[in-house]
Design a binder for this molecule. Structure first.
Ligand code: HMG
Ligand code: MG
Length: 308
């Protein structure tokens, strides 16, 4: 903790290659996916969500997850994670030598149904053999809770609903639990209140904050979470992202914007902001999108005016 009662260090989990790209309509060529992950590794990211072993019928963009993991250049210091919704996904992830498997449910029944085609209770039953296998195979186990603040189908989600899923995931032995604002509707006060409640069910070090920027609240939500004692955050280079089963949700908070905030607060991440800015430019051009990071665009234009 520093003098402002904020952590000295933060772990950033880069979710661009998975959450960022999963929503792209055109299939992103595999060479671009691999290049993207390799550049992120070189820029100092120590946890990259690289793939999703979900049904290719549900999320076609992630169908090449095996090939992606086979061809990336790994660093022994980086954790490469992948989503697994069931044992079939787990077997694929194990075969692909991931370091961490991510089981994912929701705090809202309606969203669980749309995203994974089952109830929350059924999803936990599906996760039990995955959790057992991950422990046996010595893989890290992370649990994600979607719609922890609001749901596109059910509206506002109470902290108590999120806490119920937290309880299940701690019982499964999750090493980390993601509190996800899937549709980017949370505000700072709600974030504080939620972590106050969740802190009664598990130590705050176990939680990460996964914020989307739909309503432009993601950085203030991160600041509120930092003040609450959270020190792990998810972000996506160039602000890529969106969930195919959460219509209208925009990208994840941009890694460049989070780094700019954390650098300003003197919080260490081990990641080079200028490198991420150039990766943001690279991936935006490669997939034909405008760069969604405000800090990324500002720094890139400053750097290009210095060069010219
Ligand atoms: P289902 O249709 O109920 O399951 O889907 P099923 O068992 O009937 O399987 C249907 C078909 O998919 C079968 O093939 C299975 O073999 C196959 P068929 O016999 O018809 O040829 N299948 C698989 N293939 C490969 N790998 C697998 C797999 N599982 C089944 N693992 C299921 C249930 C959970 C599989 C499906 O709903 C699913 O894959 N959902 C994932 C959807 C998704 O990718 N959502 C986005 C990620 S979550 C997210 O973005 C939120 C997050 O970022 C946090 C946040 O912001 O909130 C994490
Ligand atoms: Mg997400």
């Amino acid at each position: 903790m520093n003098s402002a009662n904020l952590p000295n260090k933060v772990k950033l989990v880069e979710v661009g290659p998975r959450d960022g790209l999963q929503n792209e309509k055109n299939i992103v060529p595999i060479d671009i996916k691999i290049d993207f992950i390799n550049r992120l590794t070189k820029a100092g990211l120590r946890n990259i969500e690289a793939a999703a072993f979900v049904s290719p019928k549900w999320t076609p963009q992630m169908a090449d997850s095996e090939s992606v993991l086979r061809h990336i250049e790994r660093s022994s210091e980086t954790i490469y994670s992948a989503l697994v919704p069931n044992m079939k996904g787990y077997e694929r992830a194990l075969e692909s030598q991931v370091d961490e498997v991510v089981i994912f449910s929701a705090a809202s029944e309606a969203f669980a149904q749309k995203n994974i085609n089952c109830t929350i209770a059924e999803s936990i039953e599906r996760f039990k053999p995955i959790a057992d296998a991950a422990k046996k195979d010595k893989l890290r186990l992370r649990g994600s809770i979607s719609c922890a603040f609001g749901c596109p189908y059910q509206g506002v989600v109470k902290p108590e609903s999120t806490a119920t899923v937290v309880k299940y995931l701690t019982q499964l032995g999750c090493d980390e639990i993601d509190i996800c604002d899937t549709i980017g509707v949370a505000t700072a006060g709600q974030v504080k209140k939620t972590f106050e409640v969740l802190g009664k069910f598990a130590p705050l070090e176990l939680f990460s904050g996964h914020f989307h920027d739909t309503y432009g609240q993601s950085l203030s939500n991160i600041y509120a979470a930092l003040q609450s004692g959270v020190s792990i955050f998810h972000s996506s280079t160039a602000g890529l992202g969106g969930c195919p089963y959460a219509k209208g949700a925009t990208g994840n908070v941009a890694t460049e914007d989070v780094l700019y905030l954390l650098n300003g607060l003197g919080i260490e991440t081990g990641i080079d902001l200028n490198e991420i800015v150039s990766i943001g430019e690279f991936i935006s051009k490669a997939i034909g999108k405008s760069n969604g990071s405000r800090a990324g665009r500002a720094i890139a234009s400053k750097l290009s005016s210095v060069m010219s």
